[in-house]
Design a protein around this ligand. Structure first.
Ligand code: IMP
Length: 432
């Protein structure tokens, strides 16, 4: 009964969407387990580009797709995504939305933006999609859930109660415009009608699928280092992208997870603020950004680029229990003569460590210690198997495998679906 978690091993944007898309063809159910419209997955299929925010990319294969209880859903964004897919002839009939997922409301978006503006230089650099405020209300037990959309009277009452408080914050604390009850309630009632058919008990659905021997993919959003508990707090997102969170968010026991596929870029990117030891300064960083088209799918922001960080990746292997790894965008490194890879951090007391620092101050001051690997300096996008890769590219992969003690089973060498090389065939990866 294989259940496979697919988890970002860095700061998000590792190319999880494409890997999920590749594996989804051999799966029966694809669940998104946390995050909300802060995520953006791009899949190129049949020459067409699809961008996803809420819906798992498995919808392109006609698979049952679940937005699980641990997600926060912006109803307007989700409806826009559904309409966009339907308009392109992609059926969304197989989507199931957990009634327990929380809604991102317009005041969450307004508060996220207002809070970031007020923080100024100390801002987190959020996507300003209301994620933090929505999860905060969930924890404070003030949230509005998907199931509330099914009860128009209760929904209106909840909106009214919430607005009473949120407008005080918006006006008095942030000097922002208040939100108006009538137009907001009317908009939500429209979304409620549209979303009603998709609402389901998704925990039960996944349980039944696993009992029937179906293949279930559990796809995380963002990445390990953005985890609320174990990431680079406070420069993190407000949910848990870690593999174990898949179980709680979906509503299944952790013992039912069979394998954890980590996804990492062959280099590192980070959007938003916060420490980044291997960040590449100046024109070389800009070169990686251009070659890798490293601009945010959600916000269009420039991504900060850095060399591969094996200290952080080992940490990701540890906290997620990663059993195999997909290394994406290897082709982006093809023109570099030398490829530094960070194997240790030099700490502020002058000592060196290959363990990821548990103290925020140590991480802020950590300096990378590099091994410099030889580049392959030739295009690799024509390779059809791992054996076709030039020796220096294979060596790069081996160094990562040895440092992590984890097998690299997939290697990304281009944007299209076919440009993912597999050690054993994608089918074998989900058939644990
Ligand atoms: P939030 O999730 O919008 O609250 O943003 C918190 C931090 O997570 C910021 O540094 C964002 O740039 C980052 N973040 C959120 N979602 C993503 C993502 O999908 N990819 C990369 N970074 C993300």
């Amino acid at each position: 009964m294989p259940a496979t978690v697919i988890v970002g091993a860095q700061w998000g944007d590792e190319g999880k969407g494409k890997i999920v898309d590749l594996l989804a063809q051999h799966a029966d159910v694809v669940c998104r387990y946390q995050g909300g419209p802060n995520a953006g997955n791009t899949v190129v299929s049949g020459g067409e580009t699809f961008k996803f925010r809420h819906i798992p990319t498995g919808i392109l294969w006609g698979k049952v797709c679940v937005i699980a209880a641990g997600c926060v859903v912006d109803p307007g964004v989700l409806v826009g995504e559904l309409d966009g897919l339907e308009a392109r002839g992609i059926s969304t009939e197989t989507l199931r939305l957990s009634g327990n997922a929380h809604l991102v409301m317009p005041w969450h978006v307004a508060l996220d933006g207002a809070s970031e503006r007020r923080l100024g230089r100390l801002r987190i650099g959020t996507t300003r999609r209301g994620i933090g405020p929505a999860y905060a209300d969930k924890a404070a037990r003030l949230g509005i859930r998907v199931q509330d959309l099914l009860e128009p009277k209760i929904l209106r009452q909840k909106i009214e109660t919430a607005l009473g408080e949120k407008n005080v914050w918006l006006e008095r604390v942030y000097g922002a415009e208040p939100l108006e009850l009538e137009s907001l309630a009317a908009g939500l009632e429209g979304y409620a009608q549209r979303l009603r058919p998709y609402v389901a008990d998704t925990s039960l659905l996944v349980d039944r699928a696993l009992r029937a021997g179906r293949v279930v993919l559990l796809a995380g959003a963002q990445g390990t280092l953005l985890d609320l508990d174990h990431g680079t707090y406070p420069f993190v997102t407000s949910s848990s992208p870690l593999a174990a969170a898949a179980a709680t968010s979906v509503g299944m026991g952790p013992s039912r997870i069979d394998s954890v596929l980590g996804v990492a870029k062959a280099y590192v990117t980070r959007v938003g603020e916060g420490p980044f030891p291997t960040e590449i300064a100046g024109s070389e960083g800009a070169r990686v950004r251009e070659l890798g088209a490293e601009f945010g799918t959600v916000t269009g922001r420039e991504r900060r680029c850095g060399w591969l960080d094996l200290v952080a990746l080992r940490f990701a292997v540890r906290v997620n229990g990663i059993t195999s790894l997909a290394l994406t965008k290897l082709d982006v490194l093809s023109t570099f003569a030398e490829l530094p890879v960070c194997t240790r951090y030099r700490l502020r007391d002058g000592s060196e460590s290959d363990d990821f620092p548990s103290h925020q101050g140590d991480f802020h001051h950590a300096r990378p210690v590099y091994s410099v690997l030889e580049g392959w300096r030739q295009p690799i996008d024509a390779a059809r198997s791992l054996e076709d890769l030039p020796p220096a590219a294979r060596r790069y992969i081996e160094v990562v495998e040895q440092a992590l003690e984890v097998e690299i089973t997939l290697v990304g060498i281009g944007a299209e679906r076919e440009r993912v090389l597999s050690a054993r065939g994608a089918e074998a990866l989900v058939d644990a």
